[in-house]
Ligand binder design. Structure first.
Ligand code: AMP
Ligand code: ZN
Length: 118
């Protein structure tokens, strides 16, 4: 059973209470286009249950997180990103600039991002 946070914007997107531009969906995760894209392709992949950030990953949800990465690979193939490549980012907490406290993985692609991470 999913656990939703009623004040969470991404939980509202998963429930369909806020519109989103869907890219991929399965039983466990949902992917949609970022409203403020930082690259020509900018997709967010979220679990369909409320987990606050990478800091909450543990043995109870590790399989779910692994599943999300299989979805990320599917989405990369679906969107034609595998030849040029793509970057996956997850911000956790204040110093990382996390603005939505629901675990999400950014898929960024479509431009040369170089070798510098931050
Ligand atoms: P972060 O700063 O890592 O927490 O990323 C949150 C991301 O969510 C940002 O890139 C926002 O542009 C994006 N975002 C916020 N609200 C929405 C929304 N309603 N639909 C799509 N993306 C959103
Ligand atoms: Zn949530």
């Amino acid at each position: 059973m999913p656990n939703y946070d009623e004040n969470c914007i991404f939980c509202k997107i998963i429930k369909g209470e806020i519109p989103s531009n869907k890219v991929y969906e399965d039983d466990l995760c949902y992917a949609f286009r970022d409203i403020n894209p930082q690259a020509p392709t900018h997709i967010l992949v979220v679990p369909k249950t409320h987990i606050t950030s990478c800091a909450e990953i543990d043995d109870s949800n590790a399989a779910l997180v692994g599943h999300i990465f299989t979805a990320i690979a599917k989405i990369a193939r679906q969107e034609g990103l595998t030849e040029r490549g793509f970057r996956v980012i997850s911000n956790s907490g204040k110093d990382a600039g996390q603005t939505v406290p629901h675990l999400h993985f950014h898929i960024l692609a479509g431009k040369d991002m170089g070798e510098v991470l931050v």
